[in-house]
Ligand binder design. Structure first.
Ligand SMILES: Nc1ncnc2c1ncn2[C@@H]1O[C@H](COP(=O)(O)OP(=O)(O)O)[C@@H](O)[C@H]1O
Ligand SMILES: [Mg+2]
Length: 473
């Protein structure tokens, strides 16, 4: 019954009006047809009887004196006066035909179709090519002289009945048309506010928030329209609130991004500066101190003093190495000079030496054209991941895979430690640790994605993908 719900309300009203009208006219048609055919049969019989009785009375003498011409004239006149009469037949007492109204020939079988059964008038219904004939038989002088048969055709009255039914059908169609017209206008009046409301609601949902439904007099509908319009008003105010909030949020986001980017670059600059200072100034000073100590040691006369100076020089040499390592770790010149892969390789070498953790590096054969920002981000992420592994896990093995995929450079770092749990993140957040957070931000600032999760094979997996930009310059 789904289709019923899909029909519009005015179509439903119209449809039911038309259906009732059609049903009514069908019933009326049947009643009229029945009553008209019934009356017609009665009329035909009565009429036929009166004509036959008249002729019986008037033709009696003519039959006796065998004046067939007079009989012919009598029945011809009667036939002419009545269109319903199909034929008149006059028989004498020997049942011989003495007069008829057929112009050319007498249809076959008609003479034997109805013979008198007694001395009373009788009715017999005959069927012919032209429809049913009501054949009325009236004896003359109780059959002593003969009898008269009058055939009354149903044709004319039937045509009349049919024309009446035709009128009825026409009238029904007219009434239907008028009813449809009236129903159309009344349903339009009734459903207009509802349709308006529907149109307004569709318009609003399509984004035109300024639309309002027009006010109506009807009490219930009026209430609905009022509430609807209030709802639309609220929609506008809440939407502008949301838009304002969204704008503020976007502004904050922009500010935050700018701040983080500034922070990261300030950190990098500072690292670069300290690295250079350590390398250029501190290392130089230490180196010259070492030269001085060696000269002093070489010239010393006291053996014990000389030993002490040599040992001090060795200590200074150790400090110099450490300072150089520190300078490299802060900002490896190799990253700027030779790019990401050599820098990562070098970092891994020193990491392996320091922590005895096995690190496997898989890189593509071709060189990757990376911009400085992305190189630096990948280097720092590798550094942070390896430091985390050394600091927080029992891992003995790390696999680092760098690959280029669909214009993205992707790094995946997998360790065989105990894996990372949700609680670890929570704890780190509570203690304001920003290692993982920093990696995520670095990736986001370059339009990339960052993922840290427990690997399927156990251990922790960090995946970072950053879209490749062509190296500037
Ligand atoms: N590879 C790893 N395996 C297991 N846990 C890890 C790993 N990396 C980080 N974690 C956990 O996540 C926490 C947050 O790391 P991070 O943000 O780098 O801060 P921090 O290194 O200063 O502790 C760490 O304290 C540690 O518990
Ligand atoms: Mg860390």
């Amino acid at each position: 019954m789904n289709w019923i719900n899909r029909i519009k309300i005015n179509q439903k009203i119209l449809g039911s009006i038309i259906a009732s009208l059609l049903f009514l006219s069908l019933i009326l048609g049947i009643i009229i047809w029945n009553s008209l055919t019934d009356t017609m049969a009665k009329d035909l019989k009565k009429h036929g009887e009166s004509v036959a009785e008249n002729i019986a009375a008037m033709s009696s003498d003519y039959i006796l004196i065998e004046d067939y011409y007079a009989i012919h004239q009598l029945i011809a006149r009667a036939r002419q006066a009545n269109e319903d009469i199909r034929y008149i037949l006059v028989f004498n007492s020997k049942q011989m035909l003495v007069g008829h109204t057929f112009p050319d020939f007498i249809p076959k079988g008609i003479l034997d179709a109805h013979t008198p059964q007694g001395t009373e008038k009788e009715l017999s219904i005959l069927t012919s090519d032209e429809g049913r004939i009501h054949d009325v038989l009236v004896p003359i002088e109780e059959g002593e002289v003969g009898f008269v048969r009058v055939g009354m055709s149903e044709k004319l009255p039937k045509e009349y009945t049919l024309s009446k039914i035709g009128d009825l059908i026409l009238a029904t169609i007219l009434v239907c048309l008028v009813a449809v017209g009236i129903a159309y206008f009344t349903t339009r009046i009734i459903t207009k506010p509802i349709n308006d409301l529907v149109d307004t609601a569709s318009g609003i949902s399509a984004g035109n928030l300024s639309l309002r439904a027009s006010v109506v007099d009807d009490e219930d509908l009026g209430k609905l329209v009022k509430v609807f319009n209030e709802m639309a008003d609220n929609l506008i105010s809440s939407r502008s609130k949301v838009e304002k909030l969204l704008e503020e949020l976007q502004e904050k986001e922009r500010l935050r991004d700018a701040l983080i980017s500034k922070l990261l670059s300030a950190q990098e600059d500072e690292r670069k500066r300290i690295s250079r200072e350590l390398h250029d100034e501190t290392s130089q000073a230490l180196a010259s101190l070492m030269v001085t100590m060696r000269v002093l040691a070489d010239e010393a006369e006291d053996k014990e003093q000389q030993e002490l100076l040599y040992t001090s020089r060795d200590i200074a040499a150790g400090i110099l190495r450490e300072i150089r390592d520190l300078a490299v770790e802060l900002r490896p010149p190799i990253l700027d000079d030779m790019g990401l892969i050599p820098a990562v390789k070098r970092y891994i070498e020193s990491f392996k030496e320091k922590y005895s953790i096995d690190v496997m590096l898989e890189v593509p054969d071709d060189s990757i054209p990376l911009d400085d920002q992305t190189s630096l981000a990948f280097y720092r992420i590798t550094q942070e991941c390896l430091t985390n592994i050394a600091k927080h896990t029992v891992a003995t093995k790390v696999t680092i895979k760098i690959q280029v995929e669909d214009n993205f450079i992707k790094i995946a770092i997998l360790d065989n430690g105990q894996g990372i749990q949700k609680a670890d993140f929570e704890m780190a957040r509570q203690q304001n640790r920003i290692g993982i957070y920093g990696m995520k931000e670095r990736a986001a600032l370059l339009g990339g994605e960052f993922l840290i999760q427990e690997a399927r094979t156990g251990g922790t997996e960090v995946v970072v993908a950053i879209p490749i930009k062509q190296k500037e310059g």
